[in-house]
Design a protein around this ligand. Structure first.
Ligand SMILES: Nc1ncnc2c1ncn2[C@@H]1O[C@H](COP(=O)(O)OP(=O)(O)O)[C@@H](O)[C@H]1O
Ligand SMILES: [Mg+2]
Length: 355
């Protein structure tokens, strides 16, 4: 490409969240797309791997991981830096980066933390900003905002500012939950991912156990009425104008989409989902409306429930850094909508903006 300078893309991946390995797979997919035949003339890549203990690695070591030349476990020897020392951006050359591509899933990444940090480098980034990321991650605030806009969601209760570690608090809460919601319920930490810390509970003792489990991850908890549902997902891309992908359905063989089933090979993804065109249209409309409501832009995956008995749609959640592995729904949705992975990655970079 004569006359056009190559852009240097800084991929950040790994991270100290429980979705560390998913992030590595996502980063490998994006890296491969950036060095593909279509994109290699446009982009250079610098990589920044953060191990599970929060230690940052330089470009050379990080690229070895993306190229599969180095086992991630070998970075464990750097698991602990001397007490209270943080090597964040220390000895790490980041000035040559033109555009950041953060691919950290879950806490310390998807929640806006990395977006805030990168803002100080004064370089644009792929994806949304601090506010949308934080709101998209927080199941309580997300739901409260959706309620004001009458976006359809399942009945829920939010718990915060209570010491759920105490037995009598859990007991009183379980009584209130049974009074106010139909069983079974799903008990969820307000901030988590990959279904971690979530339980389905169908009686008082299960609710008490589920509250304890969720509380170990987050002191803020959401309890929802559990419905019998199909699970539909829709991708969005854009800034001022948001575009939607086809709607896809995920099929799994377990009772609900828990951690093990999310990473099991038995799942089936069907794109486009076998649903009425009116349902698909409504899902796309709500996907845009809900992203707008939380100030989410760049890219995201919006997840819905379709209740089997009533055919009603409910918004479940928005993921602001959806999985980007070769088997992930987000790239598959766009592939079915006319953008292959190389085109998708280039497009996301082209629309990157200041956080
Ligand atoms: N209210 C509900 N009714 C039925 N199933 C639910 C409900 N809430 C959650 N689930 C099941 O739990 C899974 C994980 O819940 P979700 O809120 O999406 O958490 P995460 O952010 O960890 O993905 C869903 O994909 C679904 O299978
Ligand atoms: Mg989910």
């Amino acid at each position: 490409m004569i006359g056009k300078e190559k852009k240097c893309i800084g991929i950040i991946f790994g991270g100290s969240s429980n979705e560390h390995y998913v992030s590595i797979s996502s980063a490998k997919t994006v890296f491969k797309a950036l060095i593909s035949k279509t994109n290699k003339e446009r982009f250079n890549v610098r990589a920044f791997y953060i191990n599970k203990y929060g230690v940052w690695f330089d470009n050379n070591q990080s690229l070895e991981i993306l190229k599969d030349n180095c086992r991630v476990d070998s970075t464990n020897k750097f698991q602990l830096l001397p007490k209270r020392e943080i090597n964040f951006l220390h000895n790490i050359e980041f000035h040559s980066i033109d555009i950041w591509f953060p691919l950290l899933h879950g806490l310390n990444g998807e929640d806006g933390a990395i977006h805030g940090l990168l803002k100080f480098t004064q370089k644009p980034l792929v994806g949304g900003g601090i506010l949308g990321s934080a709101l998209g991650m927080d199941k309580i605030l997300m739901k409260k905002i959706f309620s004001t806009l009458a976006i359809p969601q399942v009945n829920y209760l939010a718990i915060q500012n209570q010491n759920i570690g105490e037995d009598n608090v859990k007991n009183n809460l379980s009584v209130e939950i049974i009074e106010k919601l139909n069983l079974p319920v799903f008990v969820k930490p307000a901030n988590s991912g990959s279904s971690l810390g979530i339980s389905k509970a169908k009686n008082k003792s299960e609710i008490i156990y589920a509250l304890q489990k969720a509380w170990e991850i987050d002191s803020r908890i959401v309890i929802e009425e559990g419905l019998d549902v199909r699970e539909l997902e829709c991708g969005i891309i854009g800034n001022i104008k948001l575009s939607t992908s086809e709607v896809g359905e995920v099929l799994y063989s377990t009772d609900w989409y828990d951690y093990d089933s999310k990473y099991s090979l038995d799942n089936k993804i069907i794109i486009p989902a076998d649903i009425d065109s009116q349902v698909s249209k409504k899902i796309k409309k709500i996907a845009i409306q809900s992203c707008r409501a939380l100030h989410i832009y760049g890219f995201a995956r919006v997840d819905f429930f379709l209740e089997k008995i009533s055919n009603k749609i409910f918004l479940n959640e928005i993921n602001t850094t959806p999985g980007f592995t070769s088997k992930s729904m987000f790239p598959m949705l766009w592939n079915a909508s006319g953008l292959n992975i190389d085109q998708l990655v280039a497009k996301l970079i082209d629309i990157s903006s200041d956080s």
